[in-house]
Design a protein around this ligand. Structure first.
Ligand code: 6PG
Length: 228
């Protein structure tokens, strides 16, 4: 809403996986659905699995089912990652070009999202930046194709340079299985090679962690007051 007021539009990178589904459905209902200028929001994805858009594994399909099919977005403002392409690297370059063309740029020429929504795996990965991945070292490209040996999957993911140039990054973390990674990511020694979520550091905005009590159970003794 702030971005739309100040710049006439807002660019959002959506997270995939299961956790955000509940948030997307919530946003499609009152009181939120009438609070958002849906026609002024540009939708992108932080990563995508190498599957067709109608596949149950598709992050695009999840977001369309849970949100984009339920609210009045402009179809031309929905920018899907074409990760079903045979040549995944070419599709990643195409998406990078789209980001350059569509988003405002920071002083050092990096496309700027207003909000990047991220999840985090139990191993500390975020988007499709997994522990030990060469993509963690990428400092030039904004989108790359990756092979993830841990799950034997190919994906396209945005990289730290463009993720970290966002005005706001929001992690949504839920469930006991994430407790160890959340404690390491937010309070452990800096080791982004092992906990890629730690590599999300923005100098130009802020990082907000939204976690439920199960995910935060190893951090509860650090909070000023115990949650209800
Ligand atoms: C994806 C996501 C990925 C996800 C984490 C957590 O494509 O899977 O981008 O980074 O956020 O794997 O997934 P869950 O929300 O399903 O636990």
């Amino acid at each position: 809403s702030k971005a739309v007021k100040e710049r006439g539009q807002a660019a959002v990178a959506l997270a995939g996986g299961d956790t955000p589904r509940g948030l997307y459905i919530l946003l499609s209902r009152e009181p939120y659905v009438s609070a958002v200028s849906w026609k002024r929001i540009l939708f992108f994805w932080g990563d995508e699995r190498a599957v067709p858009p109608d596949n149950a594994q598709s992050n695009y399909r999840m977001a369309v089912d849970a949100l984009l099919s339920r609210v009045p977005v402009q179809p031309e403002n929905v920018f899907r990652i074409r990760a079903e392409a045979e040549n995944l690297e070419a599709a990643a370059s195409e998406y990078e070009e789209l980001l350059r063309r569509t988003l405002p740029h920071s002083a050092n020429g990096v496309p700027v999202f207003d909000i990047v929504l991220l999840g985090m795996g139990a191993d500390g990965h975020t988007a499709s930046l997994f522990p030990g991945s060469p993509a963690l070292q990428e400092r030039e490209r904004f989108a790359v194709a990756v092979y993830v040996p841990q799950i034997n999957q190919r994906r396209i993911t945005l990289t730290y340079p463009v993720l970290n140039s966002a005005r706001r990054l929001v992690f949504l973390v839920s469930g006991e299985s994430k407790a160890d990674a959340l404690a390491k990511a937010t309070a452990g020694p800096y080791n982004p090679e092992n906990i890629p979520a730690q590599g999300i550091q923005t100098s130009s905005g802020d990082v907000l962690w939204l976690a439920d009590a199960d995910a935060g159970k190893l951090l509860l003794d650090r909070l000023p007051e115990k949650p209800a």
